[in-house]
Design a protein around this ligand. Structure first.
Ligand SMILES: Nc1ncnc2c1ncn2[C@@H]1O[C@H](COP(=O)(O)OP(=O)(O)OP(=O)(O)O)[C@@H](O)[C@H]1O
Ligand SMILES: N[C@@H](Cc1ccc(O)cc1)C(=O)O
Length: 478
């Protein structure tokens, strides 16, 4: 029997089922069956990159997803190597959400056990060892982040009316089963079925074996553990589809090999493209360029700004990948953008959609408020900000808590906040026009502070020295 091969499902490919489907969907949306629509629509959006095995893209997978057949279970794993998801992960979550929107059940798996071994895929060095305790804490953070994303999607992006079924979501952690697996049983069951030659031939393994540091047995066995997850989820939840980033294809193939050998059933793998930085590095923890989804690491404002700053060359692609906006709407937005590029319409829409999915409506409002306060020097926005938002917005800015004393002047404030030097040079900073409070320049050092002007309703003053040095003052017992 010929070895199973990969099928690329790029949107622009003329040949291949998904290419054909994309065109059919485009011209006759009402005729395309829902299952085919899912695969075709996603490849048209550029979300599904490769399907394994290739024959699956032609027959098995569309048949499995045929309308009228029971909903399928689809899974994707996220290693607990940090306590927060990042923007790279969001793309695989989008893949799960599209399946869920088509009525299928999704399993978001946290790799509480696999995180401790460290996936060698795409890495030049072994990961630092991770204690069981830390992996458990990270896993908790990831599960909470995943729960929030699915919940925001259900509440804010899923039409209440219409009757279509939104698939179920299950959060799992492979520490729940891998942690309990006796090693001899594992090696006899899984180890005997996976072939050394195949595992050694994987690109991730080859690269590591050639490196000066080499590869540990733990890393080498990583794909076997991920393969076992697929088998476990297949046995317990009937899961037949694994989703992952493009760097996961080797591990997914190992899962395919194990499940088909043990059960004799067909299973499938689908990958999404890797999101890279402007320098071409995969966006994530390893490259140290992660844009996080947890608020305490990357605030809603920073996430919003990351997407607002996307260049024209990526914006259309990102709208297709990271939002649920219909393609004709995106097309129209891009046409408008060509006429009025100074409005940054698509960038703002992309930023709003993603921020809402990740941080909810309140998070989006916070991002917009912070944008107004920082870039439009809007005092009303500043006045409406909570302490948390202020700290997030001016992360690098010193935050001082002061008591207002009768007759306190601008000069006193600047000194108490350690914002200007003592003596004449500090005094001159103010008289020369280098100081503003709540975006209003103050040139008289003796001006007495006034509540409602220098001190805002939320008990805050924003002191700026020069162009970029901000100081946040929180007034106590006003
Ligand atoms: N930049 C990215 N673009 C697309 N998918 C990604 C990206 N980063 C991670 N993923 C996918 O998310 C899933 C979970 O990844 P995981 O948490 O293990 O991070 P990782 O791949 O080890 O990345 P990192 O280098 O950030 O540690 C995998 O399927 C992975 O391919
Ligand atoms: N290996 C994946 C995470 C993962 C872990 C366990 C799985 O069963 C699936 C995926 C990664 O590092 O990106």
């Amino acid at each position: 029997m010929a070895a199973p091969t990969l099928r690329r499902v790029g949107a622009r490919r003329a040949a291949g089922l998904c290419g054909l489907l994309s065109r059919r969907v485009h011209h006759q949306p009402q005729r395309a069956p829902a299952a085919k629509r899912l695969l075709a629509a996603q490849s048209e959006r550029g979300l599904f990159q490769e399907v394994f095995p290739a024959q699956g893209a032609e027959e098995g997978l569309p048949a499995l997803l045929e309308p009228g057949r029971p909903p399928q279970a689809v899974y994707c794993g996220f290693d607990a190597t940090a306590d927060s998801l990042h923007v790279g992960h969001l793309l695989t979550v989008m893949g799960l959400l599209h399946f869920q929107r088509a009525g299928h059940n999704v399993i978001a798996l946290v790799g509480g056990a696999t995180a401790r071994l460290g996936d060698p895929s795409g890495r030049t060095k072994e990961r630092e060892p991770l204690s069981e305790e830390l992996a458990r804490a990270h896993a908790l953070g990831l599960r909470e982040g995943l729960r929030r994303l699915f919940e925001n999607h259900r509440l804010l992006f899923w039409p209440a009316a219409g009757g279509a079924r939104l698939g179920e979501v299950m959060l799992q952690d492979n520490a729940w089963w891998l942690g309990r697996e006796p090693v001899v049983g594992f090696l006899c069951g899984v180890g005997r079925r996976l072939r050394m030659g195949t595992l050694l031939s994987r690109q991730s393994c080859q690269a590591r074996l050639r490196s000066a540091e080499g590869m540990s047995l733990a890393e080498f066995l990583y794909p076997a553990l991920q393969a076992y997850d697929f088998l476990h989820l297949h046995r317990h939840h009937g899961c037949r589809i694994q989703l992952g980033g493009a760097d996961q294809m080797g591990n997914i193939m190992s899962g395919y090999e194990l499940v088909t050998k043990v059960t004799g059933e067909d299973v499938f793998g689908i990958t999404v493209p890797l999101i890279t930085s402007t320098t071409g590095d995969k966006l994530g923890k390893s490259a140290g360029n992660a844009v996080w989804l947890n608020r305490d690491r990357t605030s809603p404002f920073e996430l919003y700004q990351f997407f607002v700053r996307q260049p024209d060359s990526t914006i259309e692609r990102y709208l297709k990948l990271f939002t649920f906006l219909p393609l004709p709407e995106i097309e129209h937005m891009m046409e408008m953008h060509a006429k009025e590029p100074e409005k940054w319409g698509p960038q703002k829409r992309l930023a709003a959609e993603v921020t809402k999915l990740v941080h909810g409506k309140e998070g989006l409002e916070s991002a917009k408020r912070c944008t107004k306060a920082l870039y439009y020097s809007n005092v009303e926005a500043l006045e409406a900000m909570s302490d948390q938002e202020l700290q997030e917005l001016f992360r690098e800015a010193p935050f001082a808590e002061l008591m207002l004393e009768p007759g306190m002047s601008v000069l006193d404030l600047c000194h108490k906040a350690n914002a200007i030097p003592d003596g004449p040079s500090g005094y001159r900073k103010i008289t020369d026009g280098g100081v503003s409070i709540n975006y209003i320049q103050v040139t008289n050092p003796e001006t007495v502070l006034v509540i409602g002007q220098h001190i805002l309703k939320n008990g805050v003053s924003l002191l700026r020295i020069g162009k970029k040095n901000f100081y946040i003052i929180k007034w106590l017992q006003l």
